[in-house]
Design a protein. Structure first.
Length: 402
């Protein structure tokens, strides 16, 4: 009897494996470059290109997509022309990635657990421009396409979906993504960006250019049903961030590094993204600080006599950090707030920021409270100039009274 149970159990397990393997082989036969491009272009108002797609079952379910490009829609995308028959190339994509690699374990799915071993975007590229009205140059890509496969898109004539019974947010915004939107519990070993590039044009006219962007989440343990015990991830960030003005003049170059553990979701706020996550960043020695970011505000705050004594030329231009600087920040919806009081040391001067200083990354508006510390030599020169100016004022006043 026991032997029969073992045989039956083995047969059931074998049947499940056969079903999984058969399903995966079927997916591999259907999922090719043209199929994936057609799905993207049917749902997004864009043109897409994929150089190669590979589906493998060895060791773990693996999908590798090479040469991904997404850009403005054109006539060939409207007609649904297969990639091998397209006569024009997508030369200036707004979104691209050299490769996208995904691998997952199949057996844990039986217990409703997702074990994603790897999801990495290699050399991704994003060109984003934020307009004064808050819209971006990417907004049209996510609209419903009007023409699909050469005909009017049936989705345009579909009846509207019935309103959901659940209560909408009071401010009318979309319901924020949270842990509850993850369908099953998961332990993800590695997800992130390898050597990415981001061009961000701000509504103020300033621009951010991020190069060498490495962002990795590892040892991700998230269970929507048990966030108290399963709600953590290790975060690693490396990036070279250049801030420029409208004319292209550099306002700062920051070499950013960060490692630490974060709690991605807030268990007390229906599992929404945790907005109180603190990030410990290090700005490396050699980062450049553009002093003109604070010179104008500084000069406006000084009494007239000090304005005459301060050497503006000394404060203008770039200054390199002579030491690494540890910064603790909180990020929420484009607002970066300083939670400590860092001092940026350079050979020419030091800049100290007070806790609570902030900058809104979407338009570069900011409020910096702090101090600018000159070298002893420059301080002595400034004091001497003030003394000279005071003597001149006293003499002029004495002559006026004679």
């Amino acid at each position: 009897m026991k032997k029969k149970l073992i045989i039956i159990g083995g047969a059931i397990v074998g049947l499940i494996l056969v079903i999984f393997i058969g399903l995966w082989i079927t997916i591999a036969s259907i999922l090719n470059e043209d199929f994936l491009v057609s799905q993207i272009e049917s749902s997004m108002n864009c043109r897409a290109e994929i150089e190669d797609l590979d589906v493998s079952l060895f060791s773990a379910g693996s999908i590798s997509i090479d040469g991904v490009k997404i850009g403005p829609r054109d006539d060939e995308a409207n007609k649904g022309v297969p990639m091998s028959e397209r006569t024009t190339e997508l030369k200036n994509p707004l979104i691209a990635s050299k490769s996208i690699d995904l691998s997952l374990s199949l057996m844990p799915l039986l217990s409703k657990r997702l074990e994603l071993q790897r999801l990495v975007l290699t050399e991704p590229y994003l060109d984003l421009r934020i307009r004064p009205n808050g819209e971006t140059n990417l907004s049209p890509l996510f609209e419903t396409p009007k023409i699909v496969n050469g005909e009017r898109n049936p989705a345009l004539d579909a009846p509207p979906e019935p309103a959901e019974a659940e209560e909408e947010p009071a401010d009318g915004e979309d319901k924020p993504f949270g842990a509850s939107d993850i369908p099953i519990a998961g332990h993800l070993e590695r997800i992130g960006i390898d050597n990415g590039e981001l061009k961000l044009g701000l509504s103020s006219g300033d621009s951010l250019h991020v190069q060498g962007l490495d962002v990795f989440l590892t040892d991700i343990d998230v269970d929507p049903a048990d966030l108290a015990n399963h709600n953590s991830a290790d975060l690693e960030i490396n990036a070279d961030v250049q801030l420029s003005d409208r004319a292209g003049n550099e306002k700062g170059m920051f070499l950013v590094r960060s490692t630490g553990t974060i709690v991605p979701f807030d268990p007390n706020q229906a599992g929404e993204f945790n907005t109180d996550v603190e990030y410990a960043l290090t700005l490396l020695k050699g980062s450049r600080v553009g002093s003109f970011m604070v010179v104008n505000e500084l000069m406006n705050a000084l009494p007239e006599i000090l304005k005459l004594a301060v050497d503006r030329d000394k404060l203008k231009g770039q200054a390199e950090l002579t030491h690494d600087v540890n910064v603790v920040v909180k990020y929420n919806r484009g607002l970066l707030t300083f939670l400590n009081e860092p001092t940026f040391q350079t050979k020419r001067y030091d800049i100290g920021l007070r806790k609570g200083s902030w900058i809104r990354l979407t338009n570069s508006t900011h409020k910096f409270t702090g101090k600018l510390i000159a070298t002893q030599e420059d301080s002595d020169k400034t004091i001497a100039k003030i003394d000279q100016e005071l003597e001149r004022v006293v003499k002029d006043k004495g002559k006026a009274q004679e």
